[in-house]
Design a protein around this ligand. Structure first.
Ligand SMILES: [Fe+2]
Length: 223
């Protein structure tokens, strides 16, 4: 099975699949990341700006991180005069949201993140970490536009304690000389949580830094 060139070679913690059903049929262990590499046509950057514009018009409230369900995405998209390529992007996202729901057995959300949007309460997203969650299927993610989530191999991750016992977060540093890899836009994947039924080491990742004047990031998240 062909592996994209942007993920580490000879690394068995990433399993590559080629359909949405395989994404959910695959099991963690040894993999902690099940990856379905895809390419989707459409203007996702333009769509993200349009969705934020519509949201601001109806709510009057600028947000750093928006969480929209499929119905809201559809409504906001319908409020703007979308170009045909933005419409195409919207169709891809809505199809994903409706198809992932029964497979993941949880309602997906579209997360629309402004550049630097995690800097408030979720600033830790920019450091290497593992997600906490309970679902044995892990968390489903897809980033529709750049920049996309970055990851490191478990053997390249050096755990350290943030020192803040209340925060109870575990962070990781990159081992000297080790490389960071970056997933690609339109890819959809499942990632294992910090604690999981398979006792597999979690997928260690961070949110990428976005250009300050870049488009909001569009991320599907389920679980
Ligand atoms: Fe995370």
């Amino acid at each position: 099975m062909e592996r994209p060139e942007y993920i580490p070679t000879d690394y068995n913690r990433i399993q590559v699949v080629h359909s949405l059903s395989d994404l959910f049929n695959a099991h963690f262990n040894p993999a902690n990341l099940i990856l379905f590499p895809r390419e989707l046509e459409g203007d996702f950057d333009g769509l993200s700006r349009s969705l934020v514009k519509a949201w601001r018009r109806v709510s009057g409230t600028p947000k750093d991180v928006h969480l929209f369900d499929a119905g809201t995405v559809e409504t906001l998209g319908g409020m703007e005069d979308l170009s045909p390529v933005q419409e195409l992007a919207l169709e891809h996202i809505l199809r994903d949201m409706y198809e992932v729901r029964p497979l993941a057995n949880v309602k997906p959300q579209l997360r629309v993140v402004m550049p630097g949007g995690y800097e408030g309460v979720s600033a830790t997203a920019y450091r290497f970490h593992a997600d906490r969650g309970r679902r044995s299927s892990g968390r489903v993610l897809s980033c529709y536009n750049d920049p996309v989530t970055e990851g490191i191999r478990n053997e390249d991750a050096i755990e350290f304690d943030s020192g803040d016992r209340l925060e109870r977060e575990i962070f990781f540093n990159l081992a000297p000389g080790a490389a960071v890899f970056q997933l690609h836009k339109s890819d959809i994947w499942r990632q294992a949580y910090l604690v999981n039924d398979e006792n597999v080491p979690p997928f260690i990742h961070r949110a990428p830094l976005a250009e300050p004047d870049g488009p909001p990031r569009l991320i599907l998240t389920a679980g």
